[in-house]
Design a protein around this ligand. Structure first.
Ligand SMILES: C=CC1=C(C)c2cc3[nH]c(cc4nc(cc5[nH]c(cc1n2)c(C)c5CCC(=O)O)C(CCC(=O)O)=C4C)c(C)c3C=C
Ligand SMILES: [Fe+2]
Ligand SMILES: [Fe+2]
Length: 388
């Protein structure tokens, strides 16, 4: 059975002191790296095939027999349909643009909030689109980074999303591609008050589009990317954590409206977490609940799931059923959200440097009870030691 070593606060702080003695760069030269982990998306339509090939090659997301042979074939078959979707949303995914805006503004705020660890520099490490982790690793090495925070941009943890990004980072780090870096991890933050506030404000703006007389009857339909039941059933924490986000947002809104959490973007024939968002909209229409705000809750910038699936597909279907739907905006360049990212990173840097928190959270140390992926265990142990 895999064993995850527990490191005491004293050992951690000794390791850190030794590390900084051995590797301290000349003062003020080496930036504290905040590495923003996400799946990425094709910035332009012709990048779609590479994105899909990388995605279907990831055994942590979609385990396939003969993966290296099947992945390019499935990607090739799926490319025309997905290319059309990216064309319809304006010619590509905006995720890199928004991640860079969020990262630059977060780093500037961090320099004020945490002058001891300044200067801060954001790096983007995408799992399936450029800049991929290997490219980012090379850049960090070139910049002489000695201290880095792996900051997932998925608010809620799933082994298929954040877990996959951390496994990739672990492989690159272990192979020495990033250089000699002290790592720590922000692995989930779905109930952070700044995140909750930013989502709540966007919901309030969407609610304001309905007549005041019926506003409190509007149904808030929180929609998250679904998960295959095989992943849910091995003990993945994502469904619980998305539910916790919804609950926190509803508390902040004072339970002003009725709400449900539903699931979107199932792919392939296997069983996925439900109820599906599209079915929920139709069901609400049948029940006469014809005013709805759709709320993306598990992804922080726009992507095909919001711009295509929610705005084009579901909104059209809903209109056909006489439902008046508005979507809460994605967080994108929300200043409240960017401040939340900076607050999270500043608190994390402080807690770790004071030895009040480990390099990775207690919750991250626990593998899913049904996990059979050996890399997950190695990755967790590696990050718990600060990437050493
Ligand atoms: C929190 C968000 C996401 C989870 C959880 C997630 C799990 C998951 N996804 C697939 C398969 C596919 N996802 C695809 C695209 C895609 N997935 C997410 C987010 C989550 N996925 C996003 C934001 C996107 C779109 C990216 C964009 O730029 O718009 C795709 C490719 C598109 C398609 O072919 O339909 C696949 C395939 C699985 C199997 C899974 C859980 C195991
Ligand atoms: Fe796992
Ligand atoms: Fe997905």
């Amino acid at each position: 059975m895999a064993h995850i070593p527990r490191t005491s606060a004293l050992t951690r702080s000794l390791t850190r002191s030794l590390a900084s003695l051995n590797h301290a760069p000349p003062a003020g030269k080496s930036p504290t790296a905040i590495v923003m982990l996400n799946m990425g998306g094709p910035s332009t339509v012709p990048e779609t095939y590479d994105f899909l090939r990388n995605l279907f090659s990831d055994g942590d997301l979609i385990p396939l027999p003969f993966q290296s042979v099947l992945a390019p074939l499935i990607a090739r078959r799926r490319t025309p349909q997905i290319e059309q979707q990216y064309t319809d949303i304006g010619g590509g995914s905006p995720i890199l643009r928004y991640t860079n805006i969020q990262g630059e503004r977060m780093a500037a705020l961090l320099d004020e909030l945490s002058p001891e660890t300044a200067p801060h520099k954001h790096y983007v490490a995408f799992r399936y689109a450029r800049p991929l982790t290997d490219e980012t690793a090379r850049q960090m090495k070139e910049d002489g980074v000695k201290r880095a925070v792996a900051f997932t941009q998925y608010p809620q943890y799933s082994c298929s999303t954040t877990g996959s990004s951390l496994n990739e980072l672990y492989r690159r780090g272990k192979a020495g591609e990033v250089g000699d870096v002290e790592w720590s991890v922000i692995d989930r933050w779905g109930t952070h008050s700044g995140f909750v506030e930013a989502v709540a404000q966007n919901i309030e703006r969407a609610l304001a589009k309905f007549p005041e007389s019926t506003r409190s009857d509007v149904v808030l339909l929180f929609s998250a990317h679904s998960l295959p039941m095989s992943v849910v059933n091995r003990g993945d924490p994502y469904v619980l954590e998305v539910s916790a986000s919804v609950s926190a947002v509803m508390d902040r809104l004072g339970h002003s409206n009725p709400y449900r959490l539903v699931w979107q973007s199932q792919v392939g024939p296997s069983a996925w977490m439900g109820m599906q968002t599209g079915e929920a909209l139709k069901g609400l229409a049948r029940l006469g609940r014809k005013q709805v705000v759709l709320v993306p809750i598990a992804f922080t910038s726009d992507h095909i799931e919001t711009l295509y699936e929610l705005d084009l597909e579901y909104a059209k279907e809903a209109k056909e059923h006489g439902v008046d739907v508005h979507r809460a905006e994605s967080l994108n360049d929300s200043p409240v959200f960017i401040r939340a990212l900076a607050d999270l990173a500043a608190a994390h840097l402080k807690e770790v440097s004071l030895g009040r928190a480990g390099y990775a959270s207690t919750q991250m140390g626990l593998r899913c009870p049904g996990c059979t992926n050996a890399t997950c265990g190695q990755q967790k142990a590696w990050f718990a030691r600060g990437g050493r």
